[in-house]
Design a protein around this ligand. Structure first.
Ligand SMILES: O=C(O)CCC(=O)C(=O)O
Length: 317
């Protein structure tokens, strides 16, 4: 009996925690800075308190903003074979049919990919250059000189260089499902717009996770997609919920979570702090580059682990 009462008390604390954290820390919308901050200021005002912001006038001098037209990209990287995530529905790395399904990683000339994005060639599938793992430097080194290899004030603030610099170009139907990671993420939009839906780490008690069999999309001979299990791989914990259309009958706690939504426009940079949940969409053909700086595995990380562990325990996952 005493144990049941203790469990109820822990559940109550977890349910109250997101609101308490919100009242202390977050605003209703993502604030704007009108220029790049000093390293110390950025660390003190944003990284240390783990708060997102949109920084204007930080990348407007980058040649990429003017140079990265379709014609230029075709000329510089058109013939190159690059990795493109292909899915039938726009969801790569997402829950589908009770599996965690990863995209087909198709190797194709970049110009063929541009033909699809520009609708010169039609395809029923959804294409997204989103390989991560520093695909800007690994797959598109010809483009690095049009941006920067790192963001100097961030590298100075954190005392390190980014672990990865990624290039993103995709169709509007390509969606990145809600997830979180351990990077301090500086997300720079070169052209078009990105649409972010964010939850602070403190919303963890309201965010459902389930364990899923990992699987990959594979194209069959007739061009249709099969979902093929990665049999030897461990199950993957992932968020099944679509925050734009949440199934509140199945996940009633999510009704209490309050997402922040923001649009990041060409020439702007979003600071997306580590451990924040994010769901990402874009305007058709949007191009972006982001910098992943590994987070500090400090007390913030340990507290999040505790919150995660308590949430899983009371939910029985
Ligand atoms: O731009 C996207 O589609 C996803 C970006 C993302 O999830 C990340 O950088 O962690």
């Amino acid at each position: 009996m005493a144990e049941a009462a203790a469990l109820r008390a822990v559940r109550g604390c977890l349910a109250a925690f997101p609101r308490e954290a919100r009242e202390l820390g977050w605003t209703e919308s993502v604030p704007y800075l009108d220029g790049p901050p000093s390293p110390l200021e950025f660390y003190r005002e944003w990284v240390s308190p783990n708060k997102p912001c949109i920084i204007q006038n930080a990348i407007i001098h980058w040649p990429a903003l003017k140079k990265w037209t379709s014609a230029y990209l075709r000329e510089v990287v058109g013939p190159k074979v690059v990795s493109v995530a292909v899915t039938p529905n726009g969801y790569a790395d997402a829950v589908f049919q009770d599996r965690f399904v990863m995209p087909e990683e198709r190797q194709m000339p970049f110009a063929d990919f541009l033909d699809i994005v520009e609708k010169k060639v039609t395809s029923p599938n959804v294409f997204y250059v989103q390989k991560q793992c520093s695909n800007l430097t690994e797959e598109f080194p010809e483009l690095v000189c049009d941006v920067q290899p790192d963001i100097p004030w961030m590298s100075e603030a954190l005392g390190k260089k980014p672990d990865a610099v990624n290039f993103w170009l995709g169709e509007s139907a390509a969606v990145t499902s809600l997830h979180k990671d351990h990077y301090e993420n500086l997300y720079c939009v070169i052209s078009g717009e990105k649409y972010f839906l964010l939850h602070p780490p403190s919303d963890r008690p309201f965010i459902p996770y389930e364990l899923y069999q990992p699987a990959t999309y594979q194209v069959a001979e007739d061009g249709s997609f099969e979902i093929v299990d990665e049999k030897s791989a461990d199950k993957v914990p992932w968020i099944p919920l679509d925050p734009l259309n949440p199934n509140l009958e199945q996940y009633p706690e999510y009704a209490q979570a309050k997402p922040l939504q923001c649009t990041v426009r060409a020439g702007e940079m979003l600071y997306l702090p580590s451990l924040w949940f994010h769901h990402v969409q874009q305007s058709h053909g949007c191009i972006a580059v982001n910098y992943w700086y590994d987070m500090e595995y400090d007390l913030k990380y340990s507290y999040y682990q505790l919150l995660d562990c308590l949430t899983k325990t009371v939910k029985g996952l």
